[in-house]
Ligand binder design. Structure first.
Ligand code: FES
Ligand SMILES: [Fe+2]
Length: 468
């Protein structure tokens, strides 16, 4: 398989990477999906550079002329707010010789000056100055070309979450997000002022495939094994502090009958929820009556009583649970290397005590120097090494929860008013794995669709060349 096999080789059947027998209730993933270097470029072309991906949150570009740099697949992108406050997104490469234009993560500037030959662009991406243009002796035809920055074809936001697509022919963002809009609402509505990402982030890479991160965010099964160290620390805290301890008591969670479950959607999004054994310790607890008046009892209940972890396929994940909130943006760098940006998200304008509790619990578990994230990174590296054991092709990690799964909505989905493709409900120890199916099914669908689109373009180009 070449790095651009859609253009040079026979089409690939991407369905070969998963085994999906709905009738028998068997789902598996072939380890080649993690250990094939050539799949990386195809995933970038067909998924990350051809569908909606998360770019940034509005709190990262709040003012006119703010900018935030990121990537869409392999392509450097800058999101800007122009002088009218409108959002724009451009390929972050100078139109002269392609030097990266904005070199810092974020900032505020009316004009972006290229550090190579000094061309200048404004926050709407317009070319403002071409150094020594009058003496350039450009041909008329050359000078008539578009010197502006290349615009990202699709840009849209939902409640401050900003997404873009490098492919213009995509469904509207609302359709892509579908029911995930409700779960974004459950974060944003925690304050009348909305949510924000706390300035600053941890950035790290791990030597593992990006799909391991997609799975792990929703993997309840690893909690009391991979994070055993965290459990031991919390046990000590419970013993030492007694009633004064306000953090999560993970061990206690396994000893009470908690409602848990999951949903998976056709777009590849998935969500895992767990009833919180001690909702009164959540920073939002004192606000519950006000919340119920503002957003209703049912949503308040889901906001406070249930912790939620979710993935909006393919690159953004959020947790809002007993260990408080984390926001993750992932970027694949190779088949075996992934970059993560992680943030603490918070409701705007909360009390100092609530903010302090959120920050401390975020640092405690989620931050890269915390007690949790290094365990997950170690697990990804071990899985990536293990994936080289090519003789054992198929994984057994997608079967838990199969007989508790409903195709379509279950009672809890009905209660929320969402329409997932699959729903499960069961005890915490069931640790459902069927919710991983959604992203792999979407992976196959998007890879097949991307390949078909690429082949169509090539065939169209051949037809044009032949003059037919
Ligand atoms: S590459 Fe930007 S001005 Fe030359
Ligand atoms: Fe974990």
């Amino acid at each position: 398989m070449s790095s651009n096999s859609a253009t040079t080789a026979a089409p690939i059947d991407f369905g070969r990477y998963i085994y999906d027998d709905k009738k028998q209730g068997v789902f598996s993933v072939n380890r080649e999906i993690f250990n094939t270097p050539e799949l990386y470029d195809l995933e970038m072309e067909y998924i990350f550079e051809a569908n909606w991906v998360f770019l940034c949150h509005e709190s990262q570009v709040p003012n006119p002329h703010d900018f935030y740099t990121t990537h869409m697949g392999r392509q450097p992108v800058v999101v800007t707010r122009d002088k009218e406050g409108e959002l724009n997104a451009f390929i972050n490469a100078c139109s002269h010789k392609g030097s990266k234009l904005c070199l810092t993560r974020q900032g505020n500037t009316k004009f972006h000056t290229c550090t190579y030959h000094g061309w200048v662009f404004d926050s709407q991406g317009n070319s403002i100055s071409v150094k020594d243009r009058d003496d350039a002796s450009y041909s008329e035809a050359f000078a008539a070309q578009d010197f502006n920055l290349k615009k990202v074809p699709k840009l849209a936001e939902y409640r401050g979450w900003i997404f873009g697509s490098l492919e213009a022919d995509v469904v509207p963002l609302d359709e892509h997000l579908g029911d995930m809009r409700l779960f974004i609402d459950l974060l944003v509505d925690q304050s009348e002022e909305g949510m924000e990402l706390i300035p600053g982030m941890s950035s790290y890479t791990f030597n593992g495939n990006w799909k391991m991160q997609i799975e792990n965010c929703l993997d309840g099964y690893h909690l009391n094994v991979a994070h055993k160290g965290f459990l031991e620390i919390t046990n000590q805290r419970v013993k030492r502090l007694g009633d004064k301890y306000t953090g999560p008591d993970i061990e206690a969670m396994f000893n009470v009958d908690l409602k848990t479950g999951s949903f998976g959607w056709d777009q590849g999004h998935a969500l895992f929820f767990t009833e919180n054994p001690a909702p009164e310790y959540r920073p939002l607890w004192p606000e519950r009556e006000n919340l119920a008046k503002r957003i209703g009892e049912a949503r308040t209940d889901w906001m406070i009583r249930f912790g939620r972890n979710f993935t909006i396929f393919p690159n953004v994940q959020c947790t809002d649970n007993a260990v408080i909130g984390q926001f993750r943006v992932l970027r694949p760098l190779a088949h075996n290397k992934t970059e993560m940006h992680i943030y603490c998200w918070v409701p705007k304008g909360e009390s100092a005590a609530a903010r302090q509790q959120r920050l401390r619990t975020y640092e405690d578990f989620f931050d890269i120097a915390g007690t949790g994230t290094p365990d997950d990174v170690a697990a990804y590296m071990n899985c990536q090494d293990g994936a080289e054991g090519r003789l054992a092709k198929w994984q057994l990690g997608y079967g838990r929860g199969q007989t508790a799964m409903t195709n379509g909505a279950n009672d809890l989905a009905d209660e929320l008013g969402v329409k997932p493709a699959t729903s499960t409900a069961g005890p915490l120890t069931m640790s459902d794995e069927t919710l991983f199916h959604a992203s792999y099914r979407a992976w196959v669908e998007q890879m097949q669709a991307g390949q078909a689109r690429a082949l169509k373009k090539i065939n169209g180009a051949k037809t044009d060349k032949a003059g037919n």
